[in-house]
Design a protein around this ligand. Structure first.
Ligand code: DGL
Length: 272
């Protein structure tokens, strides 16, 4: 059955991180309604097995489908790395992930053909970025580095000062040693620490280093995709953002309003 242009977009992540994608979607697609599901009861996903992440992802996606979304944007690298194909097979609607847009942006940016990827342990061990970058150019070497502590730091709002700085330095060290000139933020939580990661990367690698936050590339690919399927909502009132979480709705909506730069209504608590 063809979805209506007026139907909302469904976006999900394990927690706050996917809001970095929502912020860019809001700019690129101002008339679209968005339902954002943060699985805050089960964050983090990045330290869990692929089978568990797949099971959680199916639960989130089914919930969004039941709310009548026209497409799902998986605003989580870990789910995009290990469960995207399964979601595409299971669901009767378009499912878009975050890895390929970021890989394409990185492949276009590197001058030395070496790209570093900071990501969760699950994304790193899946090898998904290496494959996506090799699909752009087989000359490019991809060096993955798991950076699991950055997820709780982002969730806690601990994004400045010595603790995130030291964590960022530690994770960037192997990438600096390998001589990369591009660092992909391969987890949607990491752009919450963008400034500190960029400062440390510049001091360790050099001013020329490019930090890729794929949210922007994702939003423009979603816009093109919707237009190509005649699913884009181009007119009417400005779109709404509705938040749904599996735990701690109050603190989530406060942080989300701050992060998105405009007040969003109370988050609804659900059980999956
Ligand atoms: N933000 C998610 C990602 O992009 C997941 C982080 C986590 O839950 O570990 O991978």
């Amino acid at each position: 059955m063809k979805a209506s242009r007026q139907a909302p977009l469904g976006v999900f992540d394990s927690g706050l991180g996917g809001l970095t994608v929502v912020r860019e979607l809001r700019k690129a697609l101002e008339h679209e309604d968005i339902i954002y599901l943060g699985d805050t009861a089960r964050v983090p996903y990045g330290t869990r097995s692929a089978a568990t992440v797949e099971r959680y992802a199916i639960g989130c996606a089914n919930h969004l489908v039941a709310r009548g979304v026209k497409a799902i944007i998986v605003a989580c690298n870990t789910v995009s790395a290990v469960a995207l194909e399964r979601l595409r097979v299971d669901l009767d609607l378009p499912v878009l992930g975050v890895i390929e847009p970021g890989a394409r942006a990185a492949a276009a940016a590197t001058r030395v053909f070496k790209v570093g990827v900071l990501a969760t342990a699950g994304t790193t061990s899946s090898g998904a970025y290496g494959r996506a970058i090799a699909a752009c150019s087989t000359r490019i070497e991809t060096i993955g580095q798991a950076a699991p502590l950055l997820v709780p730091l982002a969730e806690e709002g601990w994004t400045t000062g010595q603790v995130p700085r030291l964590a960022a330095r530690r994770y960037l060290e192997p990438l600096a040693r390998a001589g990369v000139d591009v660092v992909i933020l391969g987890c949607t939580h990491y752009p919450l620490l963008f400034d500190i990661i960029q400062q440390e990367a510049r001091s360790m690698i050099g001013e020329h280093v490019a930090i890729i936050d794929s949210a922007n590339a994702v939003a423009s690919e979603v816009a093109d995709f919707l237009a190509s399927r005649d699913l884009r909502c181009n007119e009417g009132a400005l779109g709404t953002t509705r938040l749904v979480v599996t735990d701690r709705p109050k603190s989530f909506s406060e942080t989300a309003s701050r992060f998105l730069g405009s007040p969003v209504g109370a988050a609804e608590a659900i059980d999956l």
